[in-house]
Design a protein around this ligand. Structure first.
Ligand code: FAD
Length: 307
């Protein structure tokens, strides 16, 4: 992941950034996992998941007395027997897993029912986020709605945020909960999903607290929202500097693949209205790239684009 810092005036100095190794961190799984499985092991009544689909549109409210906790709305899987696969996160990992499972040929009683959950209603094709800044694409082209992508498939989609995971596979098959399902997922809306198989594909998130000042003054570039924020900031600086002749200064911190591509895209957008400085702790760009790639990137990206 690259960080980016802006300045609209020629006199501003750069922050003392250094390259963040592993600039994104895995999701904090401990925040998502339920620490205790007590409520499942002590429950004398099984959870009820009705297979009927009526006016409740696939959801079934379980009365409080049957769950020992506050009432949740249970996801009502369409089929009682076939494996229930819950996929959390609709990025490359989650979406492609869903589509692949859907495309395989299964015996009738093994065909999985697939539910995909993402906090966003759009799949984001991240390798093209830069093109939003260069205005070569519109949002809908690189971030289509899941509803459209999944329209001709059997994959169900929920836009919701994952709040809590309670796996039960560690409980042993003698436990009522484990013999009934692989665990549950609680979503922010209160919907509770029982699954047989879980795919965790929630991606990574930027870590801004390792460099002093980054959280306050830099913008990450990892999600669609990040790209829109960077675009908005650039547009504001372009408007402010219009006709004044002062340069827009941008520092891109981190010269891996995405930092280099981002710096080059910004340089192309700003042309002679700005200066883009790409900063890396290593003496070269794309240190992890094979030598041929690095040399090509140095030529094309740094020299031709004036970085
Ligand atoms: C600018 C940029 C350019 C890139 N270019 C390339 C490239 O050219 N080639 C390449 O191979 N890789 C590229 N990558 C890396 C690639 O995009 C990632 O490796 C890939 O997206 C990882 O896929 P993922 O499914 O693990 O996570 P993600 O794609 O991040 O998907 C995670 C999903 O989980 C959802 N989510 C997260 N938390 C929650 C929650 N609590 N509840 C519900 N949903 C949640 C998110 O909304 C997201 O849709 C690029 C990355 C970036 C940022």
């Amino acid at each position: 992941m690259a960080l980016i810092a802006f300045s609209g005036s020629a006199s501003s100095s750069l922050l003392p950034f250094k390259r963040i190794s592993g600039g994104s961190k895995p999701k904090q799984w401990s925040q998502l996992f339920h620490s205790s499985s007590k409520r499942f092991t002590t429950s004398s009544k099984p959870f009820i998941v009705s297979a009927s689909t009526g006016s409740n549109q696939g959801f079934l409210e379980i009365p409080k007395a049957e769950t020992e906790t506050s009432p949740h709305t249970y996801y009502n899987w369409p089929d009682k027997k076939n494996p229930r696969v819950c996929i959390l996160g609709g990025g490359f990992g989650g979406l492609y897993t869903a589509l692949r499972l859907e495309s395989l040929v299964w015996p009738d009683d093994k065909k999985p029912q697939i539910l995909l959950v993402d906090q966003s209603e759009r799949f984001v094709f991240k390798p093209m986020l830069y093109e939003l800044l260069s205005r070569e694409v519109d949002t809908w082209e690189i971030a289509p709605h899941f509803s459209k992508l999944l329209a001709n498939t059997g994959v169900q989609f929920f836009k919701d945020r994952v709040k809590l995971l309670t796996p039960s596979d560690h409980l042993g098959m003698s436990s009522p909960m484990a013999s009934r399902c692989g665990g549950t997922v609680l979503l922010e809306s209160g919907l509770l999903i029982e699954y047989d198989w879980l795919v965790l594909a929630l991606g990574a998130e930027p870590k801004l607290d390792v460099v002093p000042g980054a959280a306050e003054f830099a913008l990450p570039f990892s999600t669609l929202e990040d790209a829109c924020r960077v675009d908005k900031k650039l547009s504001a600086l372009e408007r402010r500097n219009f006709g004044k002749g002062s340069l827009i200064r941008v520092a891109v911190v981190g010269c891996g693949y995405s930092g280099v591509e981002l710096a080059a895209t910004l340089s192309e957008r700003l042309e002679d209205r700005g200066i883009v400085q790409a900063i890396n702790v290593e003496t070269t760009i794309c240190p992890a790239a094979p030598p041929g790639n690095r040399e090509a990137a140095l030529k094309v990206r740094c020299l031709d684009s004036g970085m």
